[in-house]
Design a protein around this ligand. Structure first.
Ligand SMILES: NC(=O)c1ccc[n+]([C@@H]2O[C@H](COP(=O)([O-])OP(=O)(O)OC[C@H]3O[C@@H](n4cnc5c(N)ncnc54)[C@H](OP(=O)(O)O)[C@@H]3O)[C@@H](O)[C@H]2O)c1
Length: 314
């Protein structure tokens, strides 16, 4: 796979990233089995062997189990740590932490971010996280305090670069103004099932400030592929029927798959969107790479957009 630079940094990623959210086989650590862990490790190895060089993770994915699994593979597969970028996220706290009556919430306090980052390092079994993302905006976010936490983590050699996820453009700007280092990526949901980033200013800001947009759920969590197993609540309202027809028509005429066309549609955008592929199926993980050789025409791109909108352009 060809590579892209992330934001204004010197970090290079393959054109597709691999997302580790689903690798433990369940969102509930109590349901993880030795078989599901082994399947998750196989998926990560398949992604590495297929040429993915950015691995996206988060402390809350299966309560740390996804980070542990990636850490085990990084240790087992010679050279892998040197060849890939490890990305993880923090800032979300589950209910019951640290007291039984604590609600699920967001926490960008410096003490929480620094502690969460150190715990992620421990689970991943590495010295430095290449890119650390704030997972979802904290209603109580204080940009100066976040900037202090970032500076401390960078000075200690624990994190190389920083970014955000699911932010409003204005909050990203507020944080960037306070931070002495560039924020190099913004990870948001972007797909033919979720178009807001094209019109709410997110991708405009990425173009203006040279921030790399990472697209989570690039296949609408499976709705744009062969069906979804587990959807987030907002994704349950997606109705991809019309866009699936056009995806299949284009896939047929190009001799490729629905999956490759849906990812190729994201790759075509000038903001250099980095799709985060979330399949745990090695064959699909490899198939996704075909998207990087597919150059959709503007006409194909717009046919897909119009089908995804469900109504003509104004
Ligand atoms: N920042 C955030 O807030 C946030 C939120 C959600 C996700 N993420 C990141 O984004 C990554 C990707 O999210 P996602 O897993 O929802 O992405 P996705 O690639 O849109 O969906 C993957 C899901 O689709 C299924 N699927 C069905 N048909 C498929 C096909 N033909 N090809 C490929 N997959 C197919 C997969 O099942 P199989 O496994 O059986 O193939 C898997 O369950 C996550 O791993 C995580 O790193 C970030």
């Amino acid at each position: 796979m060809q590579t892209i630079l992330l934001g204004v940094s010197s970090l290079r990623s393959s054109q597709l990233a691999y997302g580790c959210w689903r690798v433990a086989g369940s969102w509930n650590p109590a349901e993880v089995t030795p078989e599901s862990r082994a399947a998750g490790r196989r998926a990560i190895v398949a992604a590495y062997e297929a040429g993915y060089t950015l691995f996206d993770n988060a402390d809350i994915y299966c309560r740390g189990e996804a980070e542990r699994l990636l850490g085990e593979v990084l240790k087992e597969v010679g050279d892998m740590r040197e060849r890939v970028l490890v990305v993880t996220k923090g800032g979300i706290r589950p209910g019951g932490d640290p007291h039984p009556d604590a609600p699920p919430r967001y926490d960008f306090s410096a003490s929480h971010l620094i502690g969460a980052c150190e715990q992620s390092l421990g689970r991943l079994g590495i010295e430095t996280i290449d890119l650390y993302l704030l997972h979802r905006p904290d209603y109580m976010a204080d940009p100066e305090e976040v900037a202090q936490a970032f500076s401390q983590l960078r000075a200690a050699g624990k994190v190389r670069y920083f970014g955000v996820s699911n932010f409003r453009p204005t909050l990203l700007t507020a944080l960037q103004v306070a931070c002495p280092m560039p924020l190099i990526v913004h990870q948001v949901e972007i797909s033919l099932a979720r178009l807001e980033a094209f019109t709410d200013g997110t991708l405009d800001q990425c173009l203006i400030e040279k921030i790399t947009p990472m697209a989570w759920s690039p296949l609408g969590a499976g709705l744009l592929g062969d069906g979804a197993k587990q959807l987030l609540p907002a994704q349950q309202a997606y109705r991809p029927e019309r866009v699936l027809l056009v995806l299949d028509e284009i896939a047929k005429s190009r001799g490729t798959s629905r999956l490759a066309v849906a990812l190729g549609w994201l790759l075509k955008h000038p903001a250099k969107i980095l799709p985060v592929v979330g399949s745990t199926n090695p064959q699909r993980i490899r198939e996704a790479v075909r998207a990087t050789d597919l150059e959709l025409t503007r006409e194909e791109w717009y046919r897909l957009l119009i089908a995804a909108r469900g109504e003509p352009l104004p």
